[in-house]
Design a protein around this ligand. Structure first.
Ligand code: DGP
Length: 116
């Protein structure tokens, strides 16, 4: 199921261009338009899910697929040894700005903690 008004559904559908780095049956990964680190990739499910709050038990394998895709991307981008951060912002306090779940893969520099 996709949502025609959703930006990331439109990227998944190829209606809006993006620098896709990886895709499979369930997920698409593309470079963030406003990178916060030398490597900043977003991994999204093809299916529209608004946020972590909307996940169901039946989505467990899909969530696993997002993380496995992120692991592959981190390795392909040369981040595996130095480290990287996986983030899924959820809701206004976390700054979620696109209501289609996306796993940020951030790396290529030291990342401070705690986040702002
Ligand atoms: P979040 O704030 O966690 O919802 O992250 C949304 C991210 O999406 C943000 O880092 C910028 C990125 N983004 C927004 N619009 C576009 C777009 O049109 N193309 C791409 N590639 N990334 C986008």
């Amino acid at each position: 199921m996709s949502n025609g008004a959703c930006l990331f559904c439109r990227i998944v559908a190829g209606e809006i261009p993006a620098k896709v780095v990886r895709q499979d049956e369930e997920t698409v990964a593309f470079r963030d338009i406003n990178p916060q680190a030398p490597v900043h990739v977003l991994v999204v499910p093809r299916r529209h899910i608004a946020s972590v709050n909307a996940l169901a038990a039946a989505d467990a394998a899909l969530v696993g697929a997002l993380f496995l895709a992120a692991r592959e991307i981190a390795a392909a981008e040369g981040l595996a040894d130095a480290g990287y951060r996986l983030v899924m912002n959820t809701g206004p306090d976390a700054g979620q700005s696109v209501d289609h779940i996306h796993l940020h893969v951030l790396g290529g520099r030291h990342l401070g903690w705690p986040p702002g």
